[in-house]
Design a protein around this ligand. Sequence first.
Ligand SMILES: [Zn+2]
Ligand SMILES: [Zn+2]
Length: 354
Amino acid sequence: MEQKTMKALVYHEPGKISLDEVDVPVIKQPKDVIGKVTINAICTSDVHVMHGYLPMATPPLILGHEFCVEAIEAGSEAKDIQGNDIVIGKHYCVLPASFCGECDFCKAGNIAGCVNGGTYGVMQNGCQAEYVRIPDSHSGMLPIPEGMTDKQIVLLGDMLATAWFGIENANVEEGQTIAVVGLGPVGMCACELLTNYFGCKVVGLTRSQEKLDLALKQGVIVAGISPATDDVAARVAELTEGKGFSAVIETPGNQSSMDLACSVVGYQGIVSTIAIFGSAITIPMNALCYKNATIKMGVQQLHGIAEMLEAIMTGKISTEWMLTHSSSLDEIVKGYEVFGGSDTPDCIKWVIEA
Ligand SMILES: [Zn+2]
Ligand SMILES: [Zn+2]
């Protein structure tokens, strides 16, 4: 490649990020690919890294892990996720973490624990740059099918897959009424999947009337409850025949959202939290204990990718309506301020387009 330096969003120390000029990444291993980033999205996890909440993220570090690329250069052994050779010029959706597929963790199905890989923008340089190095391409490069756009698929690897993981943990069945606490991008993806893929009825719980209105307008919830204005217990009783919810998907991962989730779950219900926690919180143990309820959590394991890709292709599910804001890479710092700010309820997702 002729270009030697590029623009990249670099995390320098807690609270400090800047758009810098850095070296263009190069192939280091035979399974590496260099991709030109076509679209990427700012994630709450990126904002957590910026604030220094994730100690495993050591600066200087290029942020970002939700992205699609055009393949520019490929190592001699680089393959895509389907085992095919990487095609230069072709577009790929890249999953948020690379993993080797060979270590004990990977063999046990715990790819999040892979000793040779890690999440982009946390354990290795990420995608909020002009170019990105993708190690172990065979584990993370999903070819974008003919006729599909990068925009249709950019939320697949993290937002949708995280929602899928939370739904899996919640043991949902068709026709059930499920609660989703928090209607950020993962919450909206959970609503979209539960309604349009799993055939459930969804009740959204958030203090943001704007987000409830958007979810209702999109038809991904049947009802909304706002702790800011509603009598939560009365509304839950009304919507669940007095039983509470059999499953609650919790997405913000803060004290009030966890308290809310534990208060609305029903007898023998499941609170399935899919947040990454910015700080320690207290679980109201007796709220769960007296209901014989279960709490489940964890980091998604990239399940459901093929099923969701098919569902996007056939139009069964869509996430494009969640891409409320977009800009060029030059304005990414503003994107962090708006998406990561507390006073922008209309911003579900900020994407950077090349
Ligand atoms: Zn993410
Ligand atoms: Zn591994």
